[in-house]
Ligand binder design. Structure first.
Ligand code: ZN
Length: 154
């Protein structure tokens, strides 16, 4: 039986904790079972879902054709736009629904280029910060456990 590295409570759960979220394509950089309890893992997954689906991360996951935990293309909403990767996970294909004349500017028929204005990522900064902090703490635990144990992360 282990103790959860975050809440310090005993944990014998079989949760596989992906240090970098699985939805970024990580399948190998993980913590041993039981080092993060179910309760903490569930708490993390709430803000990870927001960070992965409602920020620039969803566009990058879609652009690289990275499959979700469930094997599907990246999907989410950013600033009122619906973003989705290719269903066959082909990279560089992103569907953006909800564009209007306010989002598309400076079309140049000569060079066939235009700009897409994506509104600010609303209310996702906190979730993104928490996800990055969690990744950092777990990475320190994995690679520099003596530093992790000396530090008070409360
Ligand atoms: Zn815990």
């Amino acid at each position: 039986m282990c103790k959860c590295i975050f809440c310090k409570l005993r944990s014998n759960e079989k949760v596989i904790e992906h240090i970098i979220p699985e939805s970024f394509g990580n399948k190998e950089y993980i913590l041993k079972n039981g080092l993060v309890c179910n309760e903490c893992n569930n708490r993390f997954s709430k803000f990870e879902t927001t960070a992965l689906s409602n920020t620039v991360f969803v566009m990058e996951r879609a652009r690289f054709g990275i499959e979700s935990k469930k094997g599907k293309s990246a999907k989410g909403k950013v600033g009122g736009l619906s973003i989705e990767g290719d269903k066959d996970l082909r990279p560089e294909i992103i569907s953006i629904k909800g564009l209007n004349t306010g989002n598309v500017k400076n079309f140049d028929p000569k060079t066939k280029t235009f700009q897409i204005i994506v509104p600010t990522f609303d209310k996702s900064e906190v979730a993104t910060s928490k996800m990055l902090l969690k990744i950092g703490m777990e990475a320190i635990f994995k690679s520099r456990i003596h530093v992790f144990l000396l530090s008070d992360f409360k």
